[in-house]
Design a protein around this ligand. Sequence first.
Ligand code: GLU
Length: 403
Amino acid sequence: MSSVRHKPLTFMLSNKIQSIHPSLTLTIAQKASDMVAKGLDVILLSLGEPDFTTPLTVKEAAHLAIESNMTYYTPVDGTAALKEAICLKLSRDNNLQYQPNEIIVSNGCKQAIFNTLYSLLNPGDEVIIGSPYWVSYPEMVTACDGTPIFVQTTLEDRFLLTAKKLAQAITPKTKMVILNSPANPSGQNYNKEELQAIADLLIHYPQIFICSDDVYETILWEGKYFNILNVAPELKPRTILVNGVSKSHAMTGWRIGYAAADKILIAALKKIQSQTTSNPCSISQVAATAALNQHCAEEHYMQQEYKRRHEFLFQGLRSIPFFTILPSQGTFYLWVDITKALEHLNIANDFVFAEQLLHEGLVSIVPGSGFGMPGFIRISFTADIPILTKAIERIKAFIAKNT
Ligand code: GLU
């Protein structure tokens, strides 16, 4: 046997991979699912994943695609049919005009965002992200050699970036701003005036790109959805609109997202996709085409159901002592300030709170620190009202027991 000593493998990994963290939402959800697999009756309110099934017509289209042997590579950037359907959707629903060469279909919105960052960032470029933010934005920026710059928002801002705070964060190194509306985890939605103020500012910075993650577009009961391009079409050459069917059509596992942007940028995204994953799943693309082209009654039903659940969970949680909550305007999340609860319960932080609630109360939620805002928790109402009823009872019992 060789006497050469090997370094532990962890230290052999690249600096790049060592500098990023695994997705907290996915890690926590997996941990809770593992507990369920062991027979524990855990209520899963951690993952942002619709509990509904994919609409029937979408599944039928996918069955037909398999039977018709649509099982080969497709063009790297997606089939012509799906890109046409996306252009039609953007025109019909959002009054935004794109050509197929300004669209790329990716393996979920995540890949579209990652490829965007990969295609635009040079080492040291800054990307402005409002906190609270979706867990993966800063990690993806870091993975692409950029520097995430966090702008702390407050309840008074409705946890959204304001033009004023954004202006203070801009430096000569700013390359991009990420907007997400309706927003994960806060559930808040930019109104037209707020977007206009941001657009009026960004118009003066031609080097700054805007990545607009609109994946919760259709899950909105308060106010109206706008993309920044609806208020400032002149920003089109440097705006990357990202959307997908995961949330709107309960199609998370199919992994279909897309980006719409200037054709030069789309060609760059296509280049990196061609060298990494090639096309997203051919069958999923047929399914997504059906989802965007056909009217799915289930889509409307799901939207109504999220609204009903929100109302129910918001009322249930606001009666819990020491919780401060702003009602959400959309998404399937409630963003809860638990700082008073931590004090009263003498719990060190939101991570410990989430851990104890999981083990003692058998309810899985995500600590706010993962979204850049300690002292908060995110609760997903991706479960029906009888389950949410049980969850509220358990959270109440957990608080009472520890007070
Ligand atoms: N975006 C969802 C969430 O925030 C799905 C999991 C993920 O990719 O983060 O829970």
